[in-house]
Write a protein that binds this ligand. Structure first.
Ligand SMILES: Cc1ncc(COP(=O)(O)O)c(C=O)c1O
Length: 407
């Protein structure tokens, strides 16, 4: 089928109009920052004008600002196979990695290792190293090669911390299999779902996961810097005394007691005052996503990515792009990456043409496929732009080699 025919048969096509996308832009970076749902503007204005402007502090109760972390968390929970009361929207993903790792460690006081892979997203690894420095216990953050993770899980491991869909390559791990392997060795499993939530079907309950974290601003379209996600399986919640014992996680925050008493359930993993404006925008993105059928999202994601890889084949051959993502869609999330020594400059030239992807050092060009608003026609056109960038050596201009702060 042609891209136009694929788009005509696309059951998700009506979602496109729910997003504000600039004219003339082909956006292939929703894996980094999701596009803006049109409704987010109105909702944030409503919070600013009415709930904040008129309701002032009464809005904590009247507009249920206080309930946002749990309410939005439960909605996200439905997208990632969690039960009610197992997910909260709060803090950043980095902070939630810290909270989940400390919680997992506290469940296994006799064990000393948090295990992860080399090349994992840096914040996850840095948080492990931070915990190692901070803790009085002899915790060791251990990093092994990606293909050695399974062999490295043994009786010393308190927790395995892995990103399900790798941020550079898009390689997707088998969540159920690795979780059960960790459990067989008595280790807890912490999944970073930053590139999974809203990208691929996730079943935390089915996999038996212990903890999970994720980003709200990527595939969930929650807006720049949107609050993160924290999942703690019900069976662990009452056993953990949170490392970040904040007043929002207290059993009675407005009793203002001197002594910390953790709230029952997932609420104990809250720390401080939620960012209400960011929460409001996130909720719009999540609500929109809940209207979509995740199986259809996955099917279209694969269809977009396969079209991209197919159209890229002659360019890969002619210009030396090396596929850095698994060729098998079953092993890949919702992005496709290529390596090229001039990757940075090529991406800048592509962006100048209105095709927005991104670059990850040292040589990765990343293209994200977001089925709610990306079309097959755009994917085909993006490859044509890339061909022109290469044929006309547009990348070889000095301005495309100037590195910006964010790549
Ligand atoms: C896999 C992964 N984990 C964690 C993070 C960091 O999230 P934050 O900066 O929101 O703390 C990112 C950000 O891109 C990510 O891709």
């Amino acid at each position: 089928m042609t891209p136009a025919q694929l788009d005509a048969a696309d059951p998700l096509a009506p979602f496109r109009d729910r997003f504000a996308l600039p004219e003339g832009v082909i956006y292939l970076d929703g894996n980094s920052l999701g596009a803006r749902p049109k409704a987010a503007e109105e909702r944030v204005l409503q919070v600013v004008r009415k709930e904040w402007g008129e309701g002032l502090i009464t809005s904590w109760n009247q507009a249920d600002w206080i309930g946002m972390p749990q309410r939005i968390g439960d909605k996200i929970g439905r997208l990632i196979g969690a039960g009610e009361g197992e997910v909260i929207a709060c803090d950043s993903t980095s902070i939630n990695v810290f909270k989940a790792s400390c919680a997992a460690l506290s469940l296994a006081p006799e064990r000393s290792v948090i295990l992860s892979e080399r090349g994992n997203f840096p914040t996850d690894v840095y948080m492990m190293q931070g915990i190692e420095t901070l803790t009085g216990r002899q915790v060791r953050a251990q990093l092994v090669q990606p293909d050695q993770i399974e062999d490295a899980i043994d009786g010393s491991v308190a927790a395995v911390l892995l990103t399900q869909v790798h941020y550079k390559t898009g390689r997707m791990r088998d969540m159920a299999r690795i979780t059960s392997l960790a459990h067989r060795h008595g280790a807890a499993m912490i999944w970073d779902l930053s590139h999974s939530a809203g990208a691929v079907p996730v079943d935390l309950t089915g996999a038996g996961a212990d903890f999970a974290v994720g980003c709200g601003y990527k595939y969930l379209n929650g807006g720049p810097g949107a609050p993160g996600i924290l999942y703690v399986a019900k069976r662990h919640q009452e056993k953990v005394i949170p490392a970040l014992a904040g007043w929002f996680g207290h059993a009675a925050p407005f009793a203002f007691e001197d002594r910390y008493e953790p709230a029952p359930g997932i609420a104990r993993f809250l720390v401080g005052t939620p960012p209400v404006l960011g929460m409001a925008a996130l909720e719009v993105g999540v609500d929109l996503f809940l209207e979509a059928d995740m199986a259809a999202v996955r099917a279209k994601s694969i269809s977009l990515a396969q079209l991209f890889i197919e159209r890229m084949a002659p360019l890969a051959e002619a210009w030396g792009f090396a596929l850095a993502s698994p060729a098998d869609p079953a092993e890949r999330g919702s992005q496709v990456s290529y390596r090229h020594p001039e990757g940075y400059a090529i991406m800048q030239a592509l962006i100048e043409r209105g095709v927005i992807g991104d670059f990850r050092a040292p040589d990765i060009l990343r293209f994200g496929f977001t089925p709610l608003y990306t079309t097959h026609a755009e994917v085909a056109a993006a490859v044509e732009h890339l061909a022109a960038v290469m044929e006309q050596r547009e990348w070889d201009r000095p301005e495309h080699k100037q590195r910006s702060a964010v790549t």
